[in-house]
Every structure is written in structure tokens, then in C-alpha cells.
Design a protein around this ligand. Structure first.
Ligand SMILES: [Zn+2]
Length: 202
């Protein structure tokens, strides 16, 4: 917008599912919108959850998103058309192919404008996503979010309630095995937030 100063830098929002990453991303972007800056939100095409064109957080916040192929050329092509945009948000970075060119591109763009990237910290096995692992230590700012462990002790029937940093995948209510596919889009029926004590990968 006009001749106003433009913020720059890369902020990453990381955590397990149900830690409020998308809510935080939409909140941070929304501030710039209210200040009159132009904002674009990008999301990988693999995430069909809730809506194809909108990013919707678990608590119902929403913003229109540009759906892109989750790889370097998908990102590069759309960024070419967003030169006048002041602030870029990228949701679900973990779904992008692990190309170092994508990491470089995000770092380069964040020298010109403010970029917010939300990503899962770990996959359901508790292992890092390559692209997140490469980008995270290079970010200017990291917002690390925790969820709440919803493991229920079978003996007492009580919920754990500790801070959760892991995403538990469930198949018919049972922990998913280590050899299950890495990407499986789902909500509360197939995922729970868990603390490290209660994260299970049989
Ligand atoms: Zn727990």
C-alpha cells in the first residue's frame, strides 16, 4: 500500500495439531489487514479440510486463501503475482515437498515483506518434517505453541491435561502403526494432541 514502510522478516508458528497454529496465523495476518496493508494467505492443495478456498481454524476463524501446488514451482508462480502484497501467510508448510529451493525462496521473499509460516512441528511418529527442519532455525522469530494432552487413563478414566507437543494419530481409536502413510488429512476423529509420555507409535 502506497509509500508506507513495509515490515519484513520470517516468523514461524509451530506446534502439534490443536495447538491453535492456524488461529494464531489468522490473528497475526488480521492485524495487518486492519492496519490497511494487503495480505495474501497461501495453502497447499493437499489440505481439503473444511473448505477449498478458505483457511478455517479449528475455532472457526477464516480467511480466503490461494490454494497452490505444494512445491517450489507452485509457490514461485504465485509469488510472482504477489509483488505488491505487503504480508504473506503460508499455512501447513509441512505438506510442501522438501526442496531446499523452497526454503531459499521463503527466506528471500521475507527480506522484502513480512512472512508468517504455520507448520506442524512433527509428524504422527514424532519425527520432524524435512522442510520445517530446514526453515525453522533460519526464521527471525519462532512462536512455539502447545496443545493439551487428551490421553485418558484407562484405569482412572481421567484426562492427562499436561502440555502437549505431539500429534497422536488414531485408527479406530487405536494408535496408528509406524508404517502408516505419513500424510493423512483428518480432524478430531483421527488425531489427538498428546504429551510425550502419552504419545504412542506401536
Ligand atoms: Zn499426557
Amino acid at each position: 500500500m502506497g509509500k508506507e514502510q513495509r515490515d519484513f522478516g520470517l516468523t514461524m508458528i509451530v506446534g502439534p495439531m490443536f495447538s491453535g497454529k492456524t488461529t494464531e496465523l489468522l490473528r497475526l495476518l488480521g492485524r495487518y489487514k486492519m492496519a490497511g496493508y494487503s495480505v495474501a494467505l497461501l495453502k497447499p492443495s493437499i489440505d481439503k479440510r473444511y473448505s477449498n478456498r478458505e483457511v478455517v481454524s479449528h475455532d472457526g476463524l477464516k480467511m480466503e486463501a490461494i490454494v497452490i501446488e505444494p512445491n517450489y514451482s507452485g509457490l514461485a508462480n504465485v509469488l510472482k503475482n504477489l509483488e505488491d502484497v505487503d504480508v504473506i501467510g503460508i499455512d501447513e508448510l509441512q505438506f510442501f515437498e522438501p526442496e531446499l529451493t523452497t526454503v531459499d525462496l521463503i527466506l528471500r521473499i521475507s527480506l522484502q515483506k513480512k512472512v508468517y509460516v504455520a507448520a506442524l512441528n512433527l509428524d504422527f511418529k514424532g519425527e520432524p518434517w524435512e522442510i520445517v527442519k530446514e526453515l525453522l532455525p533460519r526464521a527471525d522469530e519462532i512462536i512455539s505453541l502447545q496443545a493439551v494432552c487428551t490421553y485418558v487413563d484407562p484405569n482412572t478414566g481421567k484426562k492427562c491435561g499436561a502440555p502437549a507437543t505431539r500429534t497422536q494419530r488414531l485408527i479406530d481409536g487405536k494408535p496408528a502403526p509406524r508404517d502408516a502413510p505419513r500424510i493423512m488429512v483428518g480432524g478430531r476423529e483421527s488425531y489427538e494432541s498428546r504429551c510425550r509420555r502419552h504419545h504412542e507409535v506401536p
